[in-house]
Ligand binder design. Structure first.
Ligand code: AVI
Length: 323
């Protein structure tokens, strides 16, 4: 099989080709999540060092009164960007139902498997809940949903510090674009990981069980599987850095020795010097003030933060202003 590098059909191939051709090689973390990567990410979320998931779950247990207060409506649409396995969202759903508000639940995810597993779970637990998943990327899905909501406000969840996988300027661009699909009065509730003890951050991406390393290395394994590559996986190491000034945690993959990698499906060879890095992920950390500035820069009105007890993570609630 040879994939034409210009084919629209294979965005992964194109991205790999572009990323590995740069002077400083890079691969996008959005390609981490094939079946194996999704499974490894679930394992990461259970690692004791990876505090983010538990911190956001704690916030979800306490934030519902704030959300209902800000919504101030008897009915709304709950939209979730990047539904994943929906574990945390179930915490919210349960409380919304207990509060007796009417709402529909529209998780958006690229993964059909994730959405169908979530659907099975939701239907078992709440068979009458208005559940309507959309399998698409965020913007395509929001576009499909359109602006008409029958007057119901929308509460959009952007959980899991996924926004941190963009650089700060890309994040503002993404949030601006997101706002362009929303109506005045709609709410956005975004999870941000906060700047903290660098040791805590580094440990979260360097778990002793080596799951994060396996998760990152799976990207090379995916290239081997899907693009007929021959990365010698044993020769690559996961390396994490954290810059407490900028708040950027970055993951790299490094070859311990020089090597040539052949991607047969692309008919391309890439030479790597020993220790020449491939940048694979940014996990950006912020402080509360920086987050408030982002709300402003993206054209939202900042309402408030709900943070965990340790101030390690925050979910920030913003409103689309009336023009
Ligand atoms: C999905 N995202 C917010 C995770 C993060 O923390 O950047 C992905 C991850 N990478 C390594 N561990 C977790």
């Amino acid at each position: 099989m040879t994939i034409s590098p210009t084919s629209q059909l294979n965005a992964f191939a194109q991205d790999v080709l572009d990323g590995l051709s740069r002077p400083v090689r890079q691969l996008s973390s959005k390609w981490f999540y094939d079946e194996q990567g999704t499974r490894l990410f679930k394992d990461i979320m259970r690692c004791p060092e990876y505090y983010l998931t538990e911190a956001e779950s704690r916030i979800y247990r306490q934030c519902v009164p704030n959300l209902l207060d800000a919504l101030n409506a008897p009915a709304f649409d709950l939209i979730e960007l990047g539904a994943g396995d929906g574990t945390k969202t179930q915490i919210l759903i349960e409380q919304f139902l207990t509060a007796g508000v009417q709402f529909s639940y529209r998780p958006i995810d690229l993964s059909e498997t994730a959405l169908s597993e979530l659907g099975t779970l939701i239907k078992l637990r709440w068979p009458t809940l208005d559940f309507n998943p959309i399998q698409a990327d965020y913007f395509e899905a929001l576009d499909r949903l359109g602006a008409a909501t029958g007057g119901r406000p929308r509460l959009v969840l952007f959980p899991g510090a996924n926004i941190g996988n963009f650089s700060p300027s890309e994040a503002v661009g993404t949030l601006k674009r997101l706002r362009s699909f929303l109506n005045p009065g709609d709410l956005l509730f975004t999870g941000f990981d906060l700047k903290k003890d660098p040791g805590v951050v580094l440990a979260a991406y360097n778990d002793v069980g080596g799951i994060t390393a396996a998760f990152n290395l799976n990207l090379l394994a995916r290239i081997n599987r899907e693009l007929e590559g021959d990365f010698a996986l044993d020769c690559w190491r996961h390396w994490e850095t954290y810059d407490p000034a900028s708040g950027a945690a970055r993951s790299f993959l490094l070859p311990v020795e020089s090597q040539q990698v052949h991607l047969r499906a692309l008919n391309r060879k890439f030479s790597f010097r020993a220790w020449e890095p491939i940048a694979v992920e940014i996990s950006q950390k912020y402080n509360l003030r920086e987050i408030e500035g982002m709300a402003d820069a993206a054209g939202f009105t900042f309402l408030h933060h709900v943070s965990d007890d340790r101030q390690w993570f925050t979910n920030s609630l913003w409103r689309v202003p009336t023009p």
